[in-house]
Write a protein that binds this ligand. Sequence first.
Ligand code: NAP
Length: 253
Amino acid sequence: MILDDFSLKGKVAVVTGANTGLGRGMCVALAQAGAKVAGVARRSCAETAALIEKDGGIFNEIIADLSDTANAPLILDKVLEYYGRADILVNNAGMILREDAINVTEEDWNRVINLNLNMVFILSQTFARQFEKQGEGGKIVNICSMLSYQGGIRVPAYTASKSAVLGLTRALANEWAAKGINVNAIAPGYMATNNTTGLRDDETRAGQILERIPAGRWGTPQDMAGAAVFLCSKASDYVNGFTVAVDGGWLAR
Ligand code: NAP
């Protein structure tokens, strides 16, 4: 039956940036769909664990700094230690730095690109090798942005990284589709999380943004749940290299 295709029972999902915001929301959604979840973060994921465990779900945290690609194999090792396999990788962790392009330092540029792009590739490669070894395919979901499509203002490294992740999603999908590995992405619109605190604190910008969202509200972590479960499940087995916008209609304008 069709709803069975959305079930993640028996699957092991890894979500980066799991202690807060959209990552926490997707951890909860994947666990509710039946997956055992490993959440990667620099800080404790206690609140994520509590939300999942109160409904009988299974969650373990992996404390790691994702700005260092040398940590990718250690993360996989930890997932295998917890659950013995891996089926789903959600590359969610990301950062944004706001500064006039003319003043951005090379160090800040590299910080954003390392986390938002380089680690996404290295983790995807690390997990795809594991999926290949297991021989049952796998699912990779990258988190893009409206700035995968638009230029943005005062966030050049972020725009460059998120535009690249959209292209990388297509590139990896092309190579790995035949191995049963689906690589897709979600482009969230303007969501109320730590990532947008600065924007939401700026009354003028916040007002301009809200006025432009057809749905008439900022998104929430819960809004990611449906697209995340779909792209991590058998229901999306013939969806490859596509980026789904969860944006209240922002891109439709
Ligand atoms: P958030 O609340 O700031 O979450 C970012 C997550 O990434 C946190 O868990 C953070 O953990 C983690 N992270 C950052 N640097 C890390 C590092 N070096 N190592 C390990 N983890 C690290 O923001 P969010 O809105 O949920 O963002 C999640 C993703 O959605 C990001 O890729 C973001 O670019 C994207 N996105 C967000 C929006 C939006 O409107 N909110 C829109 C489009 C795209 P720490 O607590 O350790 O920093």
